[in-house]
Design a protein around this ligand. Structure first.
Ligand code: GTP
Length: 598
């Protein structure tokens, strides 16, 4: 394939600005899929993705497009996930492209993810084509959005293509711009092979399917290849292009996008970002930017019924086959029994995994509040990583605790700058910058502890700004903080799964709020249950959950049978998500209470 007739591009956008809808229209216009074949949004393959309307797995598709009076072009569309949790995956798919369509909603304008994606595309030197979408909406204001694109992003407003991905209006102009404005791939077919893995998945017949962009050289079926980060060697069994089904080919050469199988048994042996080279003529240097996955958020997962522990292990192993970023190891909680400590890329990744475990594997789980990974310097000079508050060493042994920080970019209408700054200050944010790229909009930059973001930060931000603010962030390193561990005692016994790590100044207030909240959440028992919060051996707050006076059923004794059954069913329902701690039944919400206190 002549590289001058290939275009590799991706679509980047803020959530809901219409990335998938535009992708569908492009597939339709190029006849890649007939409308009959069109599944609603083909690029979102998993049910869960479709339901949540979010793309979490990268895929690619090749389209053939013939401009009037010209020979055909092959357009490779590489899909990018749309959430901060997956920004590394986004960066790898951008690295596989020469250009990007930057989609902006004509009724919303530039948002935090538009900016973050735009900056990432710039870093990768991509040709960026601004596309103003949804011009069919009655409240669309494409002129204002064009000005914003110019003022906020510095892109020439006149270059923006105004479309409706929904009706298909002006989608042809997008196809023409892809061919005319995005450069052809630059790779050199005569150099040693370097292919970038921008995605991979596990197939039970073929083993790992690695999605690759060949940057230099070529690879054929039968070649012996090496993965440059690990040195592992394999023989290429199949090569495919995406049409959009996988169609076998015998060779992939510089500039091309395709998939490769080589009997690789474990997805962790074909990691996103790794470089594949050929053993007979190896490249000396891997492609830049590879990074092993870095879990940022940790949580304990426990089966409600301890008998289900082996089933949970099996389910996690199955999920890990297709998710190289999911980490887990067994742990036993004194309160919750056997379970797993899991590491996730972020909150969304965590929610997706938990939901899949329950939905696809029918597990009934209790999950503990998410935590970050603390770096603890001990007086002995040793440094330990603690991702479970229960494992925090004794305060007497600790020299200092460092916690992860993120640099957050918040876009908000100018009217809400005050409340947003208050929120960031309250969450221990360090102010870095405030800009008004256009008079009605502001861009705030803060460094914030990641732990504070896990605490309902996004919900608060949204409610303070009536839903108008948007947020993006990336990890910038660990910093020292004055942190303490808060323990919760039920019936005089500490419950490890309810421990949390807090800033010292907030610990007293949060401790009091937390015991109050727990008193509301834990159902009354047949006896009084003291609920205490303690720092070290000092109890800082106490509430008492009063005993139930009467049996729940007593008041309808002899009365309405359906009501009685309802009550019993309600109790059963409640039981599902309860864990018995000592003698006390504790519902799932209690474990999350720490995240939701004001
Ligand atoms: P994520 O996958 O969550 O990142 O979203 P997305 O950017 O892929 O957005 P998607 O294509 O799912 O579109 C979001 C919503 O906007 C859907 O309800 C679409 O039907 C709607 N939409 C997309 N394009 C247009 C358009 O041109 N006009 C109108 N009126 N609605 C549109």
């Amino acid at each position: 394939m002549d590289p001058s007739r290939i275009r590799n591009f991706c679509i980047i956008a803020h959530v809901d600005h219409g990335k998938s809808t535009l992708a569908d229209r492009l597939l339709e216009r190029t006849g890649t899929l007939s409308s009959r074949e069109m599944v609603d949004q083909v690029l979102d393959q998993m049910d869960l993705e479709r339901e949540r309307g979010i793309t979490i797995k990268l895929t690619a598709v090749t389209m053939e497009y013939t401009p009037a009076g010209e020979a055909p072009y092959l357009l490779n569309l590489i899909d990018t996930p749309g959430h901060v949790d997956f920004s590394y995956e986004v960066s790898r798919s951008l690295a596989a492209c020469e250009g990007a369509l930057l989609v902006v909603d004509a009724s919303q304008g530039v948002e935090a993810q538009t900016m973050a994606n735009f900056l990432m595309a710039l870093e990768h030197d991509l040709e960026i084509i601004p596309v103003i979408n949804k011009i069919d909406l009655p409240n669309a204001d494409p002129d204002r959005v064009a000005r914003e694109i110019q003022e906020v992003l510095g892109l020439e407003a006149g270059q923006a293509i105004r479309i409706s991905a929904k009706t298909g209006l002006h989608v042809d102009q997008v196809l023409d711009a892809i061919v005319k404005r995005i450069p052809a791939p630059r790779g050199d077919v005569d150099r040693p092979l370097r292919a970038l893995i921008f995605d991979s998945h596990f197939d039970s017949y073929r083993g790992v399917v690695a999605y690759v962009r060949v940057m230099d050289g070529s690879v054929s079926v039968g070649d012996r290849i090496r993965l440059m980060s690990t040195g592992a060697e394999h023989d290429v069994e199949n090569l495919f292009v995406f049409r959009p089904q996988l169609v076998p080919v015998s060779e992939l050469a510089a500039g091309q996008v395709g998939a490769l199988t080589a009997g690789i048994k474990n997805i962790r042996d074909a990691r996103v970002g790794d470089t594949i080279t050929r053993v007979d003529r190896p490249a000396t240097e891997a492609l830049p930017g590879y990074r092993p996955p870095l879990p940022m958020v940790f949580s304990g997962l426990y089966p409600v019924d301890s008998e289900e522990f082996p089933k949970l292990r099996e389910a996690l192993e199955k999920l890990q086959l297709n998710d190289a970023s999911l980490q887990f190891e067994p742990e036993t909680s004194a309160a919750l029994g056997p379970g797993f400590r899991c590491g996730f890329l972020g909150l969304l990744h965590m929610e997706i995994v938990q939901e899949r475990l329950e939905r696809e594997f029918h597990l009934n789980l209790v999950t503990t509040a998410p935590s970050v990974a603390y770096r603890v310097r001990l007086r002995s000079g040793e440094v330990v990583t603690v991702d479970n508050p229960a494992d925090m060493p004794d305060p007497g042994r600790i020299e200092a605790i460092e916690e992860p920080y993120v640099r957050a970019t918040i876009l908000t209408p100018a009217d809400y700058v005050g409340p947003v700054m208050d929120l960031c200050r309250d969450r221990r944010g360090q102010f870095l910058n405030l800009e008004y790229p256009v008079p009605s909009r502001s861009v705030l930059t803060y460094d914030l502890p990641l732990a504070e973001i896990l605490m309902d930060f996004y919900d608060r931000l949204k409610s303070l700004t009536r839903g108008y603010a948007s947020l993006d962030y990336r990890y910038v390193g660990h910093r020292e903080g004055d942190l303490v561990k808060l323990d919760i005692l039920l019936n005089g016994r500490p419950v490890d799964a309810l421990s949390c790590i807090l800033h010292r100044e907030r610990a007293y207030q949060r401790g009091r709020q937390l015991v109050e909240k727990l008193r509301e959440l834990i159902p009354r028992q047949l006896f009084d249950v003291p609920i205490q919060a303690a720092i070290g051996s000092r109890v800082i707050a106490r509430e008492t959950l009063r005993a139930l006076r009467k049996d729940v059923l007593a008041k309808c004794y002899g009365g309405d049978v359906t009501r009685k059954r309802k009550l019993l069913e309600k109790q059963k329902e409640g039981k599902k998500r309860m864990k018995q701690l000592g003698m006390v039944d504790v519902p799932q919400e209690a474990f999350m209470a720490v995240l939701r206190i004001e």
